[in-house]
Design a protein around this ligand. Structure first.
Ligand code: ZN
Length: 176
């Protein structure tokens, strides 16, 4: 079964402390991707920064997506369904110190579709961990944005064997 993982589509990444123009452009496509997975009745997992002031990242990025703050809330533009999974994370990877692996195991997940922010930071570290666990990863490029490494696509293909697709290709790519 295909599973969607939505990474850090949070107020601070799109409208607040860490916002970028590129991130804003992902909102429309990301909403559509979520809708497509919902329509096909496939699992949607939101992996969300939920920091406290002791997290290692604070030194590098300053305060962002602090637990219980507006900045750590999923943006209103994404429509959550009852039963969607929400994972709080403290590190770049959605697997690090979370129960994501356990959720994927009991869902009997097949391929992982990834969207969100940033293509070269949290999405990339999540993809790396997914690769170590043997998952095939598919990135929907309209629904991710990169912050530092704008040439992220080649890296994903060569290092993780990821497939990079567009939103237009999505519906025919998904398997129930
Ligand atoms: Zn963070």
């Amino acid at each position: 079964m295909d599973v969607l993982i939505v990474i850090d589509m949070l107020n601070d990444f799109i409208h607040g402390a860490l916002k970028t123009d590129e991130a804003l452009k992902t909102v429309g496509p990301a909403s559509r991707v979520v809708e497509i997975f919902h329509n096909k009745n496939l699992p949607v997992i939101y992996a969300c920064d939920s920091h406290n002031k002791y997290d290692f990242e604070m030194k590098l990025w300053g305060e962002h997506a602090m637990k219980n703050s507006w900045g750590s809330k999923i943006i209103d533009e994404l429509k959550l369904n009852p039963g969607d999974f929400i994972i709080e994370k403290h590190f770049y990877s959605a697997f690090h110190d979370t129960n994501l692996d356990a959720i994927l195991n009991y869902l009997n997940a097949g391929r992982l579709f990834l969207i969100g922010l940033d293509a070269d930071i949290c999405v990339r570290h999540t993809t790396a961990d997914a690769f170590y666990l043997g998952y095939e990863t598919i990135i929907i490029k309209d629904a991710v944005a990169a912050r530092i490494d704008k040439n992220w696509e080649d890296y994903y293909k060569r290092v993780y064997g990821s497939k990079i697709i567009t939103l237009n290709d999505l519906e025919e790519s998904i398997k129930n």
